[in-house]
Design a protein around this ligand. Structure first.
Ligand code: NAI
Ligand code: MG
Length: 353
């Protein structure tokens, strides 16, 4: 098969790691008979500085019919982060109804967890984050600016459709895994309207999955358990804000943000889904050729899986694990000596074999 992929390298190290993702996908594609057409879009903070917008008005229409979007990272000093985020990433996530943000938390072979004594069997779960509503809403405002009475308000918005959909996704995912367990992140003791609603919907949705076990924790102790007892988790479902935090904490306990992948999924496939590493544009190391490309490459594996090529996706993850065992092919954030390109090339060779 042949796929049309929209690539948006974005800013900073995004421009360095996306080519490595493409290199590996091309290599594994040759092995599994998968072809890609890469259409590049230069939407970024650089685009903003020349055109006054992160992407053109018809930007979304131009990528609407692609099979998937492969994104690096967006955001760079000089353009406020809320401008870059709301000018590009959030419109794509919302207008393409990518209401699931999926992040695997897995201790790969060759990686060491910062948690003492933890091995691969202890850290293997998914964070499923609601990606379109919840706490990240535009409802609210600021009053009495610059006065003593100054105040800011922001409303969280939870719909039954949106809440049930992310929970169903989590239960369906758990059903396909050996442990078949879903944990809900809540805070219904402190947040008295939306979180009791979240708990009610969780109790209701789980009725349809008698084969899946379920529990729930308040977000504060849940975060502590990620560190103390990561082996408790299989699939963790969370609102937009809680999921955002957990999906950075998770990869951190699995070793490094530089290797963590992410997917923004439209489960109904009415629109393209978007695959991007968890990390940002890393302005502190941008342009030096030392960024770790593994987060981008692993995101490419998630894209293959979404497109229906689980075997090719596994070949990519296996290749990553092979290279993680060889410091000469790893970048310096993992204690290695390789450049971004050398690491990408080593994974491409391993993935093609
Ligand atoms: P960051 O992830 O860019 O960097 C955090 C730290 O991790 C830095 O020290 C960086 O050098 C290191 N790091 C990150 N990725 C790495 C890699 N692949 N290899 C080696 N080291 C790596 O997060 P930060 O500094 O908070 O944000 C920088 C910019 O990126 C901001 O403009 C932010 O808004 C944006 N950002 C964009 C995201 C996206 O496009 N989805 C996600 C997170 C941040
Ligand atoms: Mg985040």
């Amino acid at each position: 098969p042949r796929y049309r992929i929209a690539t948006i390298p974005g800013d900073g190290i995004g421009m360095e790691v996306v080519p490595e993702g493409i290199r590996v996908l091309e290599a594994v594609g040759r092995r599994f008979d998968i072809e890609f057409q890469w259409d590049h879009f230069d939407w970024s903070c650089a685009h903003y500085r020349t055109h006054g917008e992160m992407m053109p008005d018809d930007g979304l229409a131009r990528i609407r019919h692609h099979d998937a979007i492969f994104l690096g990272a967006v955001g760079f000093p000089g353009v406020p982060d809320h401008v870059s985020l709301w000018g590009l990433l959030i419109p794509i996530r919302r207008q393409f109804r990518q209401y699931i943000a999926l992040r695997p938390v897995r201790l790969l072979r060759g990686m060491t967890s910062p948690l003492a004594g933890r091995t691969a069997k202890d850290i293997d779960f998914y964070v499923v984050r609601e990606n379109n509503e919840g706490e990240y809403s535009e409802v609210g405002g600021r009053l009495f600016r610059g006065t003593e009475r100054e105040m800011a308000m922001q409303e969280a918005v939870f719909t039954r459709t949106g809440t049930d959909a992310v929970m169903r996704y989590a239960f369906e995912l758990a059903r396909k895994r050996p442990r078949k367990h879903v944990t809900s992140a809540t805070k219904s003791n402190g947040i008295v309207h939306t979180m009791p609603f979240w708990d009610e919907r969780f109790a209701s949705v789980k009725q349809a999955y008698p084969d899946v076990s379920a529990d729930q924790y308040h977000i504060d102790i849940l975060a502590a358990h990620f560190v103390m007892n990561p082996d408790r988790f299989d699939v963790v479902v969370a609102s937009n804000l809680f999921g955002d935090i957990l999906s950075d904490l998770g990869p951190a306990v699995a070793g490094s943000l530089g290797i963590a992948p992410g997917a923004n999924i439209n489960p109904e496939r009415e629109f393209p889904s978007m695959f991007e590493p968890v990390h940002g544009s890393a302005p502190d190391i941008a342009g030096q050729g030392i960024a770790n490309p593994i987060g981008q490459i692993w995101s490419g594996a998630m894209m293959l899986e979404h497109l229906g090529h689980a075997d090719a996706a596994k070949a990519v993850v296996d290749a990553i694990e092979t290279v993680l065992g060889d410091p000469a092919s790893c970048t310096r954030d993992l204690g290695g000596t390789a450049s971004t390109r050398e690491c990408g090339a080593a994974i491409a060779i391993a993935a093609a074999a």
